[in-house]
Design a protein around this ligand. Structure first.
Ligand code: ADP
Length: 263
């Protein structure tokens, strides 16, 4: 059983009266322990894809199983619990709380969940050490560089020991060398902590440093380098064995339902 099984995912937006089909029949498995990069031009739908996988956003159609459980059948409380327990997020901006120190920021998700305070701070310090920021634990975000702040954000995303880490352009605001540091840390936490990770990036070179590389294009998610993997897409968007689950048989470009987000 794969950690994540996406089947026939469709998602559209309406903007100025025009429908944009962002995800068109995406089916994909992500195995436990994988480290996956997702590349594609701006506006291709990478964030939308990550939001659906992270259960922040529901698709118009399609299913996702996470650790074997059907996700989009869950109610809001169950979804929030799944997110809190199993999924860590890192964004392009670090979103650290400026009035708290680095270690307080990292411990925050555990403290909010009323975890044991001593343990929360011990875990937070361990993660900051891993990020090479042990000496910065008592610094506030205003005293940290962009790369350091993003490393704190990565530590915060890991403090509840998520199964899955979703990173949306985590290096988008950083210079190339600092970006590579973040990717090196992502590879390290994937290897050492066993966290499965999907990392969105604009940077082809950073994307290639990940063992599995996907590309978003025309609403599909496919292997970034299909020529390296053969037509079947080994290592990329693998063929799935489950039958499509949609009774209405949507066609690409014609999803059965759409979200109207205004605009
Ligand atoms: P990427 O992350 O690859 O840059 P996004 O997933 O952010 O792409 O966006 C994909 C498309 O969907 C874009 O055309 C964007 O303008 C549109 N879009 C994203 N979010 C919304 C929204 N809430 N309302 C309307 N359109 C949206």
């Amino acid at each position: 059983m794969a950690l994540i099984e996406l089947r026939n995912i469709f998602k559209s937006y309406f903007l100025h009266g025009k429908r944009i089909d962002v995800l068109r029949d995406v089916s994909l498995d992500i195995e436990q322990g994988e480290l996956v990069s997702l590349i594609g031009p701006s506006g291709a739908g990478k964030s939308t894809f990550l939001h659906v996988v992270g259960t922040l956003d529901a698709p118009a159609a399609g299913t996702m199983r996470f650790e074997g459980r059907q996700v989009f059948d869950m109610n809001d409380a169950e979804l929030a619990e799944l997110r809190n327990r199993s999924i860590g997020f890192v964004f392009q901006s670090h979103f650290l709380l400026p009035e708290f120190t680095a270690v307080e920021n990292v411990a925050m998700p555990a403290l909010v969940r009323r975890a044991d305070r001593t343990r929360a701070f011990r875990d937070a310090r361990e993660l900051l050490d891993r990020m090479g920021l042990g000496a910065r634990a008592e610094h506030r975000p205003g005293e940290l560089s962009g790369g350091e702040s993003q490393r704190v954000a990565l530590a915060r995303a890991l403090v509840l020991k998520p199964t899955l880490l979703l990173a949306d352009e985590p290096t988008g605001n950083l210079d190339p060398a600092t970006g590579e540091q973040i990717h090196a840390l992502l590879r390290e936490v994937n290897r050492d902590l066993g966290v499965t990770a999907i990392v969105v990036t604009h940077n082809e070179e950073l994307a290639r440093s990940m063992p599995r590389q996907l590309r978003m294009r025309d609403g599909s998610v496919r292997p970034a380098h299909p020529e390296l993997h053969g037509a079947a897409g080994e290592g990329g968007a693998r063929p799935t064995t489950d039958a499509p689950t949609l009774p209405d048989g949507p066609t690409p470009g014609g999803p059965p339902g759409t979200d109207d987000d205004g605009g």
